[in-house]
Design a protein. Sequence first.
Length: 251
Amino acid sequence: MENIIYIFDGTFFGFLTVVFECFQNKNFDCGIQEDGIIQESFCFEYKHIETDNVKAERVVLGIKRKISQRAFENVYMSFLSFQKNRFTDILKYLKLGFKVGRRVDDYKTLDYVLNVIKNRRAVGEEAHLLTGFVRFAQTKENVLYSEISPDNDVIEIVANHFANRLRTEKWIINDVKRKKCALYDNGNLLIMENVSKLEISNSDDEELWQNLWIDFFNTISIEDRKSSRRQNQMLPKKFRKHMIEFLRDAD
């Protein structure tokens, strides 16, 4: 059983179905990979696991009841991380959690526990930053449109933030790195995957407003007080390619 690798569809419930399978078979030395990102080897047996919402829900309920709500949040947020070993780290974290309960986060001397906690923090911090750095443009279809390309898969967290704050608008947030889109209209939020490149046309007034915003940003930026180091700390460069204020610098 040690040489088996479980393959799932990349969804959170798909992963939790794998977790259910691992606990049912008492197989915790397995590998876990997303479908489409498989690096096959003759040394391993590959087993595809179909997503089972009932099994996944049982895992969710078990984590919340037998470990803690925070542990579930750790698992979900760490799942969204881009770190390579996150799946096996989460599995080991849950194995320990079902043994020691809510004290699982105290075992930071164990690499996999520390990794889950670090992943949760990194995902949360990036999502929080993006809620302040997302820039929407008005399209000719009267839809607000924005592009992001985060390190972690945070589009659902960011979208839920704007669903609470832009309730009366129609908008799209496009994660161009993962080809995932969040679409919001009239209280309904939909996350779509495998989205092809979107052809977006700005409204007639959008370029004017963008130029005004850039001019405003440049005006309040006092040359003698500029600090590149401080600016990079507060506003990492990876976010700037989608921000109106820095478009001219990128050209």
